[in-house]
Structure formats: C-alpha cells, structure tokens
Design a protein around this ligand. Structure first.
Ligand SMILES: [Zn+2]
Length: 611
C-alpha cells in the first residue's frame, strides 16, 4: 500500500563541496490554505538540548512560483520566513545556500570528501499556508551528489539517476528517497561519501556501516573487522534484553577525526565521532570508547527514541522542551550501554573496570552533587549542560555521569531485594513494553516519573524502592557507591595508594593548561587548597621563588611539599601576587575496584544471550 504523498519535495545538492555551501531546495505543491506561506527553521535537534539556531548559516533565499516568477518573501521572528502567495499560486519553490562547516555530530558538514546532513539543520518546515496534516504524510527527499558518492541513511531509497542536478546544474548522481512522516523525516541523517557501505544481517535485522575520516586516513582492515564483530555481540546483547526490534534497518555512521568526539542518536541511525586512534591498532582505551559509544547510541533506539518522556512524543523544535528525566534517558543509557558491552563479551571485565575507574575519578573530583539534584540537572540541561564554564562543576552535575551512578545504586538494591532475579535493566525493558512507540499493546505512549516509579515498585523486590528512587532523583547528594559495589563483593580503593614512608607530593587541586611557557589554572577540583586565592585564568608563575614554566617544573617544585607552606607567585589579570598557602596531599578517593567480586557480580556481568 503506498502512503499518501505530502506534495513536498526536500532537495539538497552537495556537488560544490569546495564552497562549503550546500544548495537547498523545498518544493511545495498546492493547495494553499492562506495567502501567506510561513516556514520555520527548526532551532534545535532532538538529543541535544541547546538552541543552535541553524538558520544563521542560510543565505541567498529565493522563493518562486510554478512559472518561475519571484514571490515576495520576508524574514519573520528569529527563525522564520513568510512568503506572499497569490490566488493563482499552485506551487512554490524555495532555494537557499547553507554554510556547512561545523564538524560535529550535531550539525551539517560538507567538503569535497563527504556530506553529513541533518534534516532539522537543513530545511524549513511549513507552519502556515498548507494543511498541517500534510507534514505527517510521505515526503520526497532528493540528494544530488558528486558521481561515485553513495548515501547511508534511514530514509527509504526509491532509486537514483545520473545527470545534472536540479539546484546547481552540476553533473552527478541524484539519490531519491521517501520518508513516511514528520518524525521519521526530521529524526534522520544522510552521510554521503565515496567509501563503500558495509551491510549485514544480525538477528534478522540489517545493519549498515559507513565510515568517513576527516583527514582521509585509511582505516585498518583488521580493526574494522574486529569492530564489526563487536558490533554483532553488542547488538545481540541488546536484543537479548529488549527482544528483536519490530523495525528493520539500522545505519551506523562513524566519523574519525583528529580529536573531536561525540555521538547523536536518531530513530534508526547514529552518528558517532571519535579520534581516529580508535581504529588504529594498539589504542585499546580509544577502541573501548568506540564500542561504548556505539552501544550507547544503539540503546537509544529504545531509551529516548521509542521510550520517550511523554512531553517529547511530538517534538516542538522551535522552543525548549523540558524533562526532569534526562538522568534516566542519558545516565541510564550510559550505564546500561556499558553493562551490555561487558555482558556481550565486546568488552572484557577489565575493560569495564578501567572505564568505571575513569568515571569514578570524574565523580570524586567535583562536588556539584551537593548543590544540584538529578531532576534539577535534567530540567536545566538547556541552560547548564551545553554552557559549561570554569565554575560549572562546583555547583552543577552531569546527569549522564551522576544518573549512571545513581542507577547503579538502585540496581544493586533491586537485585538485593529480588534475590538477584531482576535489575534495573529489566525495569527498562518493562517500561518499553508498557510505554514505547512501535510496541504492540502498550498501556500508554510516553513515560513520566510516576510510570517509572510505579513500574519499579510493582517489580519483584521493588515494593519498598519508591522512596529510594525519589531520593536519588531529588536529593542533592552523591549516590553511595561504596555500598553499591560492596553488594557485588568489590571494594573501592585509591588508584595509587601511598606506600609506607613514601614522599608526599603537594597537591593544588586544580586543572591546568600549559602553553607557551605558561602554566594556567583552568578550574578547581573538590577540596583545592588554593580555591580561595587562585582563580581560573591565573598563571602560576613560581613556587618558592622558582619559575614554573611547564607542568613538569610545577610538579617538581611540589615534590615532598604536602603538609608544608609554600609561596605561590601568581599572575592575576596581568598583576603579580604572592600567596602563602598550606599545601596538602592529593585526596585518596576510592575510585578503583579491588577484589574478584562475588557470585552476584559474576551474574551481573554474565551474558543473557541464550545461543
Ligand atoms: Zn545519549
């Protein structure tokens, strides 16, 4: 059965990569319902809670009618265009140029080697002038690319043709697609480049992998094979928990870069960006990160895409949409994504422990959890998370990291009370069965805090856990990781415990940057002995009169100084000041797991795959 057409074609032309500008077109056929056609440019993309105002990259806007005659068009508000129609307008064509230079999973990027395109960063959406129900009909998408480039996208292909492009008249290939409705149209990506696409089947579902390297580095074939095998393991472990998805085709786009990192989930696809070392042999930490990021974004197909906060069911991309539950959707995805890595065997237990220590070091270095709860942090994502500054972590938390640790605490308690029968992973799967899109027979689409709480307290062992969940979400307090790991027979110890008689190094408790012979403070850590007198951007010029022009020089000058007074010469706003401070030794936070773990631990990290 063919779907009803929206009468709208969305066009892009990527054949002028050297200009870094994408040519864009939107053709809208009548009937029109008003004498004005108003078009709004989305202001944000789902998954990234920040108004990015992509309309800022647009130039050369032209509107014409079916005969090619210009139509009057004016800017409206910060995010819209209004086009004047006449009574005999039967079709409108809008064209414009879009600068695409932002190398990020959250933006368009075009050069002579590839295109990464996100629909909300590319096309206006009609908001006045046509029947709004048309947006939920089938749209046509056409991409004109240089010859030899092939697209990876969750859109459905409807063929391709060679020849001139409609927007630029350049020779190339026009790739044609359809998308069934507004949600699937907006929540997609197209990555188009000359690299081959790998496609294969896991559990009866087709996976597509498309790579691009920002500098043209060739990927190591052995590492690529290793990654594909680990993708299979991770995918199967997800399916063992959530069941094989009812939807087919999943597209993974990997961008390999000099030093950029990030990931963004879409309904049936992900773009994950990592430093290219992750696929160069011998870089185990970076490879571990790649597997983790892949698993995290893959898990978002369920957690946040199908299982959504109820007020995210119909995204309004023109204004901020708040949720107090981002700690569940991001922290939960980080925690469970990594659990599924170790359960699947794509990560070894050692991988999990190393990554857990990395997280615990971040957790113990800052103290924002005494001033911001998970609910507050989630709600304020729009004004906090993407607007970090030197003092952020003193009063704010990351709902990713702290949400993850809070859910681990809840998980160990649920396992204790259910005698190991169920955990928070089962809660996530149950919430999908009750509230997720594309599931049969759900109770009600979309999830609220009450739904999570009610589902938890109706699980085996969960009856008394409602107040614990309330406290974890609303209290300004760090989760109890000692008790959490104790349940699994594991101890948290210092990374490098001081040995008997060992010289104690002085610790300033600051993050530093060293450039051009200057050591500069960038932020404070929890418990810093110089928090009151040395500020971010201050340069540490000398310790006890000895110049500290490198990290090494500073480190040497603090050798054996713990417990004693030192004179710090600091340049603040270009003026020299001397401070006498009592230096301490670095706090010995419990960040590293010690011990083999008990039977509960082994069950926790064991695969749930049955074959
Ligand atoms: Zn995420």
């Amino acid at each position: 059965m063919s779907r009803q057409s929206s009468g709208i074609r969305f066009l892009i032309d990527a054949t002028e990569g050297e200009s870094r500008r994408l040519s864009v077109g939107i053709e809208i056929k009548g009937p029109f319902t008003s004498s004005n056609l108003t078009m709004h440019f989305p202001r944000w993309v789902p998954g990234s809670y920040f108004l990015r105002e992509p309309i800022q990259h647009m130039t050369d806007f032209i509107a014409t009618d079916q005969a090619g005659n210009a139509l009057a068009a004016n800017r409206k508000d910060v995010d819209a265009m209004r086009i004047k129609l006449s009574s005999d307008t039967t079709s409108v064509m809008l064209t414009y140029q879009l600068l695409a230079v932002n190398l990020s999973v959250r933006a368009n990027h075009l050069d002579t080697t590839h295109l990464h395109m996100m629909p909300p960063f590319t096309w206006f959406m009609p908001t006045e002038g046509i029947d709004s129900s048309r947006m939920n009909m089938e749209h046509i998408v056409e991409l004109h690319s240089p010859k030899g480039w092939t697209p990876a996208t969750q859109y459905t292909s409807s063929g391709s043709r060679s020849g001139k492009g409609e927007l630029t008249s350049n020779q190339g290939t026009t790739h044609c697609f359809t998308s069934p409705n507004r949600d699937e149209f907006l929540d997609a990506i197209i990555e188009c480049n000359p690299n081959p696409m790998d496609s294969w089947v896991v559990d009866g579902r087709t996976h597509h992998l498309k790579l691009w390297d920002s500098g043209g580095h060739e990927v190591d074939a052995g590492m690529l094979e290793r990654f594909k095998e680990d993708m299979d393991k991770v995918v199967k472990e997800h399916h063992a928990l959530f069941g094989i998805p009812a939807w087919d085709n999943y597209v993974t786009v990997i961008h390999l870069t000099e030093n950029m990192r990030g990931g963004l989930e879409h309904l049936n696809s992900q773009t994950s960006m990592l430093p290219r070392q992750c696929l160069i042999p011998g870089h185990e930490d970076e490879y571990r990160d790649l597997v983790s990021l892949y698993s995290h974004e893959y898990l978002h197909q369920w957690n946040v895409k199908r299982l959504r906060p109820r007020n995210f069911l119909d995204y309004d991309l023109q204004r901020e949409g708040h949720s107090d539950l981002l700690w569940w959707f991001e922290g939960g995805t980080s925690w469970l994504g990594d659990m599924l890595c170790v359960r699947s065997g794509a990560w070894s237990e050692e991988d999990w422990r190393k990554d857990f220590m990395r997280k615990m070091k971040r957790h113990t270095a800052r103290h924002g959890m005494e001033t911001e709860s998970l609910a507050e942090s989630s709600h304020d994502a729009w004004i906090h998370l993407y607007r970090g500054h030197a003092f952020s972590r003193e009063t704010q938390i990351s709902y990713y990291l702290e949400g993850e640790l809070a859910l681990m605490q809840l998980d160990s308690e649920l396992r204790r009370r259910s005698k190991g029968e169920v955990g928070v992973c089962d809660l996530a799967a149950e919430l999908c069965r009750k509230h997720a899109l594309e599931y049969e027979g759900v109770e009600r689409l979309g999830v609220t805090y009450k739904d999570i709480r009610r589902t938890l307290t109706s699980m085996k062992g969960g009856r008394q856990l409602g107040s614990m969940l309330d406290a974890l979400m609303h209290d300004r307090k760090a989760p109890d990781m000692e008790a959490t790991m104790d349940f699994f027979g594991l101890n948290l110890v210092a990374e490098n415990p001081l040995k008997e008689g060992e010289e104690k190094h002085g610790w300033l408790g600051v993050n530093l940057s060293a450039k051009g012979g200057k050591v500069t403070v960038t932020s404070h850590l929890a418990g810093s002995p110089i928090r009151h007198c040395v500020m971010p951007s201050d340069e540490i010029v000398a310790v006890n009169g000895v110049r500290t022009s490198s990290m090494n020089a500073l480190k040497t000058s603090l050798k054996g100084k713990a417990g004693s007074e030192v004179k710090l010469m600091v340049s603040h706003e270009g003026m020299l000041h001397e401070h006498t401070v009592e230096i301490v030794s670095a706090p010995q936070h419990g960040v590293k797991l010690e011990g083999k773990g008990n039977a509960r631990w082994r069950a926790y990290i064991a695969t749930r795959q049955t074959q």
